[in-house]
Design a protein around this ligand. Structure first.
Ligand SMILES: [Zn+2]
Ligand SMILES: [Zn+2]
Length: 327
């Protein structure tokens, strides 16, 4: 099968012909129909996340159809459409798994990082970490739901019930989270790179009540702020825009260093926290909510062979919405 391979961090992906994988017990073989490109893929390819499987097929926002089942597969049939997210395997026995926090499993393995992912014609997945996708979504449209949607949803959930939600970094996750927040009756305040009029217009188009640069002060203090851009300097900026007792949630897996800032920005019971990975419960909740909320994703498709171009466009900030690879 054709695949895009990472052979060493810091290199471009290489087009390769590799043997088609065969499903083991509990696994399904999936013909990939679409795979979205996530910022985490860039962090892996650039070597900012340590010890990837090598060589590696990246990609963890996979939509495809089951073409073969291993033994003991009972959740899906051949022909079913499934989505495969970042969380690829957990141990089920560590204290995190036992406590309902499998996203923090000590031995977790992740799709497109320790497990080959979806930048290929075929991929394998453990059936327990695959999800049905509502038929109202096309394959391309659905792909960004699998990470931008899921982790964005978890980020919003841990931000609490506040009404005024600030979103820093208006990429693929923010596009989806803004729609979820509006569906829940909240107000969205969008923060983009200073002077990025196009991103601010797009945020207003998705229902943001206010859009401005990340160096600007919103018209009202925020109840919570979600940071999706991998820029540590946004943490003190978001704290300064957040009211007493509010929460700032960092939604990314990697961020530049957070600069020193005055304690008064944190005082008055403001909270800074991060979100790591996802649980299967997040996936089930969000994939049920997405059709009910009428979530629409903005995508730009690339042939699988142009994966490097899609990554370059994501890196440069040239993309509105999500890049999606088509094998
Ligand atoms: Zn575990
Ligand atoms: Zn991701």
């Amino acid at each position: 099968m054709r695949a895009q391979l990472l052979t060493a961090p810091g290199r471009n992906l290489a087009a390769a012909d590799v043997p088609a994988p065969r499903p083991g017990p509990g696994q399904v073989l999936i013909r990939v129909r679409a795979c979205a490109v996530c910022r985490t893929d860039l962090h892996i390819i650039d070597g900012e996340l340590p010890h990837p499987k090598l060589p590696l097929i990246p990609g963890h926002e996979i939509v495809g159809s089951v073409v073969e089942k291993g033994t003991h597969v009972d959740r899906f049939q051949v022909g079913d459409r499934v989505g495969v997210p970042w969380l690829g395997w957990t141990c089920g026995v560590c204290e995190y798994c036992q406590g309902g926090r499998e996203n923090l499993c000590d031995r977790a393995r992740f799709t497109g990082y320790q497990i080959d992912g979806g930048y290929a014609e075929l991929t394998l997945a453990d059936q327990r970490y695959c999800f049905a996708i509502d038929p109202s979504f096309g394959d391309v449209e659905a792909a960004p739901l699998l990470c931008a949607g899921l982790i964005g949803y978890r980020t919003l959930r841990v931000a609490g019930e506040g009404e005024r939600i600030g979103i820093y970094g208006f990429g693929a996750a923010a596009h989806i989270v803004a729609q979820v927040a509006r569906y829940q009756g909240r107000q969205v305040f969008a923060f983009t790179r200073s002077g990025d009029q196009a991103a601010q217009d797009s945020a207003r188009g998705l229902g943001a009540v206010w859009a401005g640069g990340s160096d600007e002060t919103p018209p009202e203090p925020l109840d919570a702020a979600l940071i999706f851009a991998p820029v540590g300097a946004l943490v003190p900026a978001a704290l300064a825009a957040t009211r007493k007792g509010g929460t700032v949630v960092c939604g990314g897996i990697h961020m530049s260093d957070i600069p020193a800032f005055p304690y008064r920005l944190l005082w008055e019971e403001r909270v800074i926290r991060s979100v790591a990975n996802l649980t299967r419960r997040d996936a089930e909740e969000f994939l049920a909510l997405a059709p009910a909320a009428g979530i629409r994703t903005t995508t730009r498709t690339y042939p699988l062979a142009e994966a490097n171009q899609a990554l370059t466009d994501l890196r440069s900030g040239a993309l509105e919405g999500a890049a999606v690879l088509l094998p």
